[in-house]
Design a binder for this molecule. Structure first.
Ligand SMILES: NC(=O)c1ccc[n+]([C@@H]2O[C@H](COP(=O)([O-])OP(=O)(O)OC[C@H]3O[C@@H](n4cnc5c(N)ncnc54)[C@H](OP(=O)(O)O)[C@@H]3O)[C@@H](O)[C@H]2O)c1
Length: 315
């Protein structure tokens, strides 16, 4: 597996990160273990989760994904091999949210406990928190870095202006900077990353791991008509992609997939992997079969003509 360098974080990752928001939601513990086993055995080395995953599933309260990941690491004894990425700041209920320093200091302990590790490899601010100055958040991260509780820090869901401001504060106040960004990006959702945000990331050597690599499953091509939405609990979120543009994208994916004897999901992820500024896409899987599709995606080198055909579907 050819590893990629995640910005200036010092972390090396395989070209695809496993998404952990399904653990405890659409993948129970047994299925999550099988997915993680298959992913690790295939030579991949990074998993993305968050303290809040998967609070939205019935009966959950948040922390389920980190707990499953921690149990898996313990059961498999591979604590040091898998790069663990987790996030803080989403609403966990009872006032537990945001990027204030006292909250981050408590939240990191809860994540470390659930994950069963002494250090989180990459700790991300999940969402911008307009109520907290960057200086306060970055100051909290500086203390976590000094204590060895986290190895690197980054942010998710910042736009170009917010990222620029955060970098500027880090420089001016001599604080650690966000070395990694996690934006939404896939063949359907392109406008948020392409342009100013990507330019900042490239210029500042920021590692970029993109989420919703498969547009929640839409880009696998398994949702073509309204009746298909019943296939997964995620179906209700996918209707928004069912429009003439979504159809054009699926047609382009079908065309390229056929040429390479691949599945549309594999082509969709290979396209993200080939985009400038992207270190690796994140995608989740709810079965070993889906993991194997992710593995094939990482081995699919699309020629320039195919990449152009896909890109021509427009941002
Ligand atoms: N930073 C943030 O704010 C943020 C937000 C969202 C997500 N994320 C991260 O990004 C990760 C990826 O997002 P996501 O999991 O929501 O969406 P995604 O990766 O775009 O879609 C993954 C889903 O597509 C389906 N799928 C996967 N492989 C497939 C295949 N080969 N054929 C058919 N269907 C397939 C599976 O769902 P079914 O089997 O249920 O259909 C799977 O759970 C998350 O797990 C999380 O770690 C971050």
């Amino acid at each position: 597996m050819k590893m990629r360098t995640l910005g200036r974080s010092g972390i090396q990752i395989a070209p695809l990160v496993l998404g952990g928001n399904v653990f405890g939601w659409t993948a129970d513990e047994k299925t999550s273990f099988a997915v993680l086993d298959s992913f690790a055995e295939s030579g991949f080395n990074a998993v993305d989760t968050a303290d809040v995953y998967s609070a939205w599933a019935e009966g959950n309260q948040g922390g389920e994904s980190e707990t499953i990941l921690g149990k898996w690491r313990k059961a498999r004894g591979n604590r040091n091999r898998m790069v663990v990425i987790t996030k803080v700041g989403s609403d966990m209920g009872a006032g537990r949210k945001g990027l204030g320093a006292p909250y981050i200091e408590k939240a990191v302990e809860a994540s470390l406990r659930r994950l069963g590790v002494e250090q989180i490899d990459l700790y991300l601010s999940h969402w911008p928190d307009p109520a907290t100055p960057y200086e306060e958040t970055l100051g909290a991260y500086q203390r976590l870095l000094q204590k060895g509780k986290v190895r690197a820090v980054g942010a998710s869901n910042l736009d170009a202006a917010q990222l620029r401001e955060a970098l500027e504060v880090a420089r001016a106040k001599n604080l650690p900077r966000y070395d990694v960004l996690q934006p939404e990006y896939n063949l359907y959702d392109r406008a948020g990353f392409e342009g100013a945000l990507r330019d900042v990331c490239v210029a500042e050597e920021i590692g970029v791991i993109t989420y919703f690599g498969l547009a929640k499953g839409f880009l696998s091509g398994k949702y073509r008509k309204k009746a298909d939405l019943a296939q997964s609990p995620r179906g209700e979120d996918i209707g928004d992609y069912m429009n003439p543009r979504g159809t054009r994208i699926l047609e382009a994916l079908d065309q390229v997939a056929k040429r390479h004897n691949a599945k549309p999901a594999e082509v969709a992820l290979a396209w993200v992997m080939a985009q400038p500024g992207v270190t690796a896409p994140i995608a989740s899987a709810t079965s070993v079969e889906q993991v194997q599709s992710l593995v094939r995606a990482a081995g699919l080198n699309l020629p320039a003509a195919d990449l152009a055909l896909l890109s021509q579907t427009g941002p």
